[in-house]
Design a protein. Sequence first.
Length: 235
Amino acid sequence: MNILETDELKAGYDGANVLHGVNLEIKEGEMIALIGRNGVGKTTFVKSVMRLLNKTEGTVLYRGQSIDRWSVHEAARSGIRIVPENRGIFPRLTVYENLEVARFYAKGVKREQIQSVYKLFPRLEERKNLAAGLMSGGEQQMLSIARALLARPKLLLVDEFSEGLQPSITKEIADVLCETNRREGLPILLVEQNAKLALQMTSKAYIMVKGKIVYSGDSKALIDKDEILKENLVI
Ligand SMILES: Nc1ncnc2c1ncn2[C@@H]1O[C@H](COP(=O)(O)OP(=O)(O)OP(=O)(O)O)[C@@H](O)[C@H]1O
């Protein structure tokens, strides 16, 4: 079954479309990549799915149901969670308080479950009493992901998690995302400029150029196809 399916999705800002008809599918248990250069519309796609932005045309189905009339709140309540590009953490609150806020809004998530995200990211437990804004970029990214996972999502949209991070931290976070997908079958859409990283982590990839999907296929088959990646400006 398709968890998410968009058909000829068009969306944009101030009357001008940025997405010009995007067709994309995520099936149960899949981890897929949406790759493309800066400014091609990847975040706009994520915002449309999260209901932060209204589409202008096309269809967005979540578990077979149109989400057109949903608010952001309803999208979140239905299990769609975003790890936004800017991380969206509360810098003045401690790590623990950030997780508590997430728990409060997720409803029904027990306090003990904070331990389970500390297990995924032990650094967060070490820094639990530190103001989140004082942590490194990588640690803040861990917190942003931990917060999303704490809400027990049914679809996770991860926007450019690797941006600005050092390779060892990127790997640590990538391992947690892959392991969560493998162990829990959580469907994940990974939006990335770092094509090679995203292809290594996923089974299927979509390449976006100027608001359109120009290629979709097996990630592992695409990894060595430098000509396709270069032609579509993703490396
Ligand atoms: N709030 C906004 N208002 C107007 N135009 C916007 C807005 N957000 C994005 N855009 C424009 O839409 C286009 C696509 O931006 P988008 O952020 O979706 O690209 P992206 O592929 O995610 O790139 P990036 O990696 O830089 O986020 C860009 O030309 C951008 O300037």
